[in-house]
Design a protein around this ligand. Structure first.
Ligand SMILES: [Zn+2]
Length: 418
């Protein structure tokens, strides 16, 4: 007879363990969510080695550290599929302008909005970008986020884009928060010395190759394909150049106006289309067929005060689109807390609590192409999980605005959530 095996951490007395089947999950219900009641999870060397009914798992292990979940829910940790974590300055004064009725275009004309952030970010040394992003990154970790996608895009030139991505890499090195980095063609900067055509040429001939020449600096390429940013044709040129350089693609699409951007999924391999607030429902089938994730960003609907449009979630559900979630943390939307995105996605977009959980974990991991290593609770996956202060998944949405995550487990570290 062999004795119990060694585990570093045993999480036990779990009321509801949400494991999730192998992703991505186009349909999320209690079955695909892989729910186990009265469960336990064993962890060794930062990896999950066992998960299942407590009566089976617990006797198999002798653990250095036992975490008593006290009958509460345990889920995978969050992967935030869309943020703009790195930039300089802040824009808190713009809220009052918005409330006074100024449109975003008028705020831009007054020298505010994105062009202000670009100016401040371009001037800031790399160390300042890092030190501004650090407390946010730590807050993300302490609220249950294990991975954050983060973009460049507040720069005037190629050098500035590289600086932003280097800063994100430094934030990852210091905090241990995993970053998936994206080179973003955001808007034509007001201070760019040349016209639109010159800028796009500069992006293609300088920014893209310069970022690729630094190994591992960015995996993804993104274009803000929308009114006031880049046209469909400009987006095509940029995406084709990025694909030639080996980037994977995610796009800002159909947020402010429908210009056909989500249709680009028919032309290129696109891992995710983000926002989609104005995507026509009939495009959902295309996304489902192409396996393109829809990254939904409900907090930006609030911060943009854009209450007229929302993504066609019913059509997405019907067609089997893989829905993911992001916080969309950015200078205009100060919400690094993924839980708020989950909660709002239920009331504003109609996601079920389980759909919201899958969107923030297994499906967000898929949209970032890290789903082979994280996003589920199963042997062989990274030990990135959350012990909640609520008993079951129905509290997602229902307990909106409150921090319901109690403990964060990341590798062999266990810490209290804030
Ligand atoms: Zn964005």
């Amino acid at each position: 007879m062999t004795g119990p095996r060694r585990a570093d951490i045993l999480v036990t007395n779990i009321g509801e363990l949400v494991t999730f089947r192998e992703g991505p999950l186009a349909r999320v219900d209690e079955k695909t969510a892989g729910i186990v009641r009265d469960a336990a999870v064993a962890i060794r060397e930062g990896m999950i080695i066992d998960a299942g009914p407590r009566g089976e798992v617990e006797p198999r292990y002798s653990a250095y550290e036992v975490v008593d979940a006290e009958g509460m829910m345990v889920t995978p940790a969050f992967h935030d599929a869309h943020t703009h974590l790195v930039y300089a300055g802040s824009r808190e004064d713009e809220l009052e302008l918005k409330l006074m009725g100024y449109t975003y275009a008028q705020i831009l004309e007054r020298g505010g909005g994105i062009h202000r952030t670009i100016r401040m970010t371009q001037e800031a040394p790399l160390e300042n970008l890092v030190s501004q992003a650090l407390p946010i990154a730590r807050l993300m970790q302490n609220t249950g986020t294990a991975t954050v996608e983060t973009k460049s895009g507040y720069a005037v030139n190629a050098e500035g884009e590289v600086k932003m991505l280097e800063a994100a890499r430094e934030v990852e090195r210091i905090t241990g928060l995993r970053t998936v980095r994206t080179l973003l063609a955001h808007v034509v900067p007001r201070d760019y010395p040349g016209d639109r055509g010159d800028y796009i040429r500069h992006f293609i001939e300088e920014a893209i190759p310069r970022v690729t020449s630094r190994k591992g600096l960015a995996t993804y390429f993104d274009v803000f394909c929308d009114r006031g940013a880049f046209t469909l044709e400009e987006t095509r040129r940029l995406v084709e150049a990025a694909l030639r350089h080996g980037f994977r693609i995610r796009l800002h699409a159909d947020q402010l106006e429908y210009m056909g951007c989500s249709r680009l999924a028919a032309e290129y391999p696109i891992d995710s289309l983000d926002h989609l607030d104005r995507m026509p429902p009939e495009n959902a089938r295309l996304l489902a067929e192409r396996g393109t994730a829809a990254v939904l960003l409900p907090t930006s609907m609030v911060s943009m005060r854009d209450f007229d449009a929302r993504p066609p979630v019913e059509a997405m559900r019907k067609e089997g689109v893989i829905m993911a979630l992001g916080s969309d943390f950015n200078p205009n939307n100060q919400t690094p807390r993924m839980e708020l995105a989950l909660d709002l996605s239920t009331y504003l977009y109609g996601l079920t609590p389980l759909e919201a959980l899958a969107a923030a974990t297994v499906n967000a991991a898929y949209s970032l192409r890290i789903h082979g290593e994280t996003g589920r609770i199963a042997p062989g996956y990274r030990a990135e999980l959350l012990v909640w202060g609520v008993e079951n998944h129905r509290w997602v949405g229902y307990g909106w605005g409150a921090s319901k995550v109690a403990l964060v487990i990341n590798g062999n570290r266990v810490f209290e959530a804030v």
